[in-house]
Design a protein around this ligand. Structure first.
Ligand code: NI
Length: 137
């Protein structure tokens, strides 16, 4: 019998970014990225949902202790991103655009080493209440 259960932890952080392709001129960047290419950056209130899937452990009944999961997200994601300029402060975005898609992949890679290999990890990131991404898809 499949006893796998998904558990979720929500966190949030604020960060600034600018979306642009340095190979393109300003007009092309504005056409593709709109206001998100504003040279002086802009901020988002990112809402993060981390999903861990696995079987509840026999001794605790937990898939994963939520306090442990919360601490991992705080330590490896929130401390890293909160109140930062993603383009300028975060080495992972030195050469890639800090889109919601790419931020979700970076967050997954930061957390993956700290979650049991037996458990599936999935990241959902809301850039606005209506726009959100999920990785892995
Ligand atoms: Ni933006």
């Amino acid at each position: 019998m499949n006893k796998r259960v998904a558990v979720f932890r929500k966190e949030h952080f604020n960060a600034a970014h600018r979306l642009y392709n340095r190979q393109w001129d300003d007009a092309t960047n504005f056409r593709v990225f709109g206001k998100c290419s504003n040279p002086h950056y802009h901020g988002h209130n990112y809402e993060l949902e981390v999903r861990v899937t696995g079987e509840p452990q026999a001794d605790t009944g937990f898939v994963m202790d939520m306090k442990v999961l919360s601490d991992l997200i705080q330590q490896y994601v929130i401390e890293h991103f909160d109140h930062k300029n993603l383009n300028l402060d975060i080495p992972e975005f030195k050469d890639i655009n800090p889109t919601a898609e790419n931020i979700a992949v970076v967050i997954y890679n930061l957390l993956r080493p700290h979650v049991s290999e037996k458990q599936e990890l999935r990241i959902r990131l809301y850039e606005t209440p209506r726009n959100f991404v999920e990785y892995p898809a």
